[in-house]
Ligand binder design. Structure first.
Ligand SMILES: NC(=O)C1=CN([C@@H]2O[C@H](COP(=O)(O)OP(=O)(O)OC[C@H]3O[C@@H](n4cnc5c(N)ncnc54)[C@H](OP(=O)(O)O)[C@@H]3O)[C@@H](O)[C@H]2O)C=CC1
Ligand SMILES: O=C1O[C@H](COP(=O)(O)O)[C@@H](O)[C@H](O)[C@H]1O
Length: 488
């Protein structure tokens, strides 16, 4: 990580500061950056919201959330928290084009304090940690109140909820902002293990030469969650698993896997390679999609009694490039499932015509069986991240019996490394002006077409039991390879 020695004084406006994202991810990331001395020498954070809160109330709120989600202020020196807290402020009464609430005054005050006599030397970062339906109005309000100058703007995902709303939002945002200062977050791109996808493939001949349809039988991006949605039901019921996870995080990870080699590691080359991959996604048909809703979802407060929002989705997508033709990209995610994982797996093809039997020849007395899905390259995106490879090996001491063994590299244990949570990494990049890990409109527009039957309502909603692996129909999608998680 680069220190922020050269970064100008910065005022960071966090819209949606009272929300779930701010509490669980953005505020903890800020505190971690402060602990690691990775924030600019001079900065202030102004939380924005529709309620009225004093600065001290907001500081108490942040303290409470950090205590709940970490890093806990108590675990470090008292002065780190005190200094951090002194830079937190709150601007209440909302923010609309007609009425800026307290925000304009609070920004002016912060710039006076930070600018050392020259408020115009202060950089602004506007972070829209808000429901996506509000992005357009807030962007217009920023323009209406002259807060665009000297600013970068950050949009949470999803950037739009349909092709039409994406286009309308994209136009509205570009009326106000130049693309070079827009940061669209997809935090799965900021995960440590996602960075390893590129390194493993492009820095290792063994993996680079196997990264194609001749060697890979199926790609799986599997993100089951045991998590409930009760504490953000209003947002979730309007969003659902397809928008919340599939066409955002899972599609972007799929693009990272499917991309052709970028010309370089420069931000534009990587974003271009990712965008080109998305353009090759074949639109999902009804047969490619299973949507589900966990039992009891409609009983949650703030969920409509007849809600047909999906809390689960599984999809089988194809990527129409020479490299990936006919290889299924299997994606699955849902709430209230049996286990929580964030695993990306490349299931390697079985060798054909050799001395061992591939699974479709199982039982042939002339050869030992190759275990099913025995050779997998896996990236665990959760936590600090992990790489794993499973291999078929001879069971020691036996005569020609094969067994599967995993070998793993925990990124936490890599000597000299210091894995960072994705929001820490991404906010640091925003402050530095590095857009490598952010999405661009040319990689997002095609997402809506590729989403096809996942979004058009043609895939019926199927019930599933809490604590299960989702509707049984999702198993069909993964045939003949089968999901590598849940042993199905
Ligand atoms: N929560 C998460 O785990 C993640 C969320 N995201 C994204 O972050 C964004 C925010 O998500 P999250 O924090 O969960 O959502 P919340 O429902 O918690 O909303 C965030 C805040 O936005 C404000 N808000 C809500 N509705 C409106 C409205 N109609 N007009 C103006 N302000 C409103 C509220 O603040 P107030 O009432 O104070 O004005 C609320 O606290 C979404 O785009 C989501 O997709 C991305 C990754 C992870
Ligand atoms: O964006 C989101 O991501 C989280 C899962 O990501 P994690 O990094 O927090 O584990 C998901 O639970 C949430 O529904 C979604 O909005």
């Amino acid at each position: 990580m680069t220190d922020q020695g050269d970064t100008p004084p910065t005022v960071f406006v966090l819209f949606g500061a009272s929300g779930d994202l701010a509490a669980r991810l953005v505020l903890p990331a800020f505190f971690r950056l402060a602990q690691e001395k990775l924030l600019p020498a001079q900065w202030q954070l102004i939380g924005s919201g529709r309620r009225q809160l004093s600065d001290d109330d907001f500081r108490d709120h942040v303290h409470e959330k950090l205590t709940e989600f970490g890093p806990k202020p108590e675990d470090g020196p008292r002065e780190v928290w005190d200094e951090f807290a002194s830079r937190l402020h709150f601007a209440g009464n909302g923010f609309t084009a007609d009425d800026p609430g307290e925000l304009v005054d609070k920004v002016a005050q912060a710039e006076q304090e930070l600018g050392d006599g020259d408020p115009s030397s202060v950089q602004r970062v506007h972070y829209l940690g808000l429901p996506p339906t509000t992005f357009e109005a807030y962007t217009e309000a920023l323009a209406a109140h002259d807060l665009v100058e000297r600013s970068r703007v950050v949009y949470e995902k999803p950037f739009g909820t349909s092709l039409e709303s994406f286009r309308s939002l994209d136009e509205a945002v570009h009326r106000v902002y130049d693309e070079s200062v827009i940061y669209r977050i997809d935090h799965f791109l900021g995960k440590e293990a996602t960075q390893q996808l590129r390194a493993l493939r492009f820095a290792n001949g063994l993996f680079g030469s196997s990264w194609d349809r001749h060697h890979v039988a199926a790609v799986q991006i599997d993100v089951p969650e045991t998590l409930d949605v009760a504490d953000r039901a209003e947002f979730y019921d309007e969003t659902g698993a397809v928008l919340d996870m599939l066409v955002t995080h899972l599609f972007q990870v799929a693009a990272e896997i499917a991309m052709e080699p970028p010309k370089s590691l420069a931000a534009d080359d990587i974003a271009q390679a990712r965008a080109d991959a998305v353009k090759a996604f074949r639109p999902l048909t009804t047969d490619d999609v299973v949507r589900g809703q966990f039992d009891g979802y409609r009983d949650i407060d703030e969920v409509a009694d007849d809600s047909d929002t999906e809390t689960f989705v599984a999809a089988r997508m194809f990527v129409d490039t020479d490299r990936w033709r006919d290889v299924p990209f299997l994606m699955r995610t849902g709430k209230m499932m049996a286990e929580s994982h964030q695993k990306v797996s490349l299931v390697m093809r079985d060798p054909q015509g050799g001395p061992y039997c591939a699974p479709d020849e199982a039982g042939n007395p002339d050869c030992a069986d190759i275990p099913r899905r025995g050779n997998v390259v896996r990236f665990d995106l959760s936590g600090d991240g992990e790489l794993g490879i499973s291999m078929n090996i001879e069971l020691p001491g036996s005569a020609s019996a094969l067994t599967t063994q995993w070998t793993t590299i925990s990124l936490h244990d890599v000597h000299g490394g210091d894995p960072l949570p994705p929001y820490v990494r991404l906010i640091h990049d925003i402050l530095l002006g590095d857009r490598t890990l952010f999405t661009r409109p040319d990689g997002l527009e095609e997402v809506w077409e590729a989403a096809g039957a996942a979004l058009d309502g043609s895939a019926e909603i199927r019930p599933y039991e809490r604590g299960s692996w989702g509707p049984s129909e999702a198993l069909r999608l993964a045939e003949p390879v089968g999901w590598t998680l849940g042993d199905q």
